[in-house]
Ligand binder design. Structure first.
Ligand code: ZN
Length: 145
């Protein structure tokens, strides 16, 4: 039995989708790697955020942590005196904080700026994004300081 034209078309579309997915993943991976540099231009940083999703951003923070760089890609500081403990006790607020994530940054400012950026990154699959409205990414410190 001969395949219908319709069937053949959907095969082609499927192949295209797979190809697109591959391309998007490769691009995202390249962006992740470029975010591991010490000197990242702000404009470049902002222009590449639509090519990754939040998981990729988490990878960036983790990888930078391994490299002993502050997790916020726009910060040029190296991490020093990283606390080995996982929790911090605030005697003033009488609370215990999990500082696992905070430890990946040189300061609370960077931690906040990073969380702010991450919250703007899309979570939708990269290869389905051409129909989506790409938001304009903003830095935390752009309100003027
Ligand atoms: Zn920093």
């Amino acid at each position: 039995m001969k395949k219908s034209d319709r069937h053949r078309l959907s095969d082609e579309q499927l192949l295209k989708a797979v190809q697109k997915k591959k391309e998007c993943n490769a691009k995202a991976q390249a962006v992740v790697e470029s975010f591991l540099e010490k000197n990242i231009e702000k404009d470049y940083f902002l222009s590449q955020l639509n090519n990754i999703n939040q998981c990729h951003y988490d990878d960036v923070v983790d990888e930078r942590n391994i490299l002993m760089l502050c997790g916020y890609p726009l910060c040029r500081k190296e991490l020093e005196n990283v606390p080995t403990k996982k929790y911090q006790i605030s005697t003033t607020k009488n609370k215990v904080y999990d500082i696992t994530d905070r430890k990946k940054f040189c300061s609370s400012t960077c931690f906040k700026a990073s969380e702010f950026i991450k919250s703007q990154i899309l979570v939708s699959p990269l290869w389905l994004r051409q129909c989506e409205i790409i938001p304009e990414f903003k830095l935390l410190d752009e309100k003027g300081d």
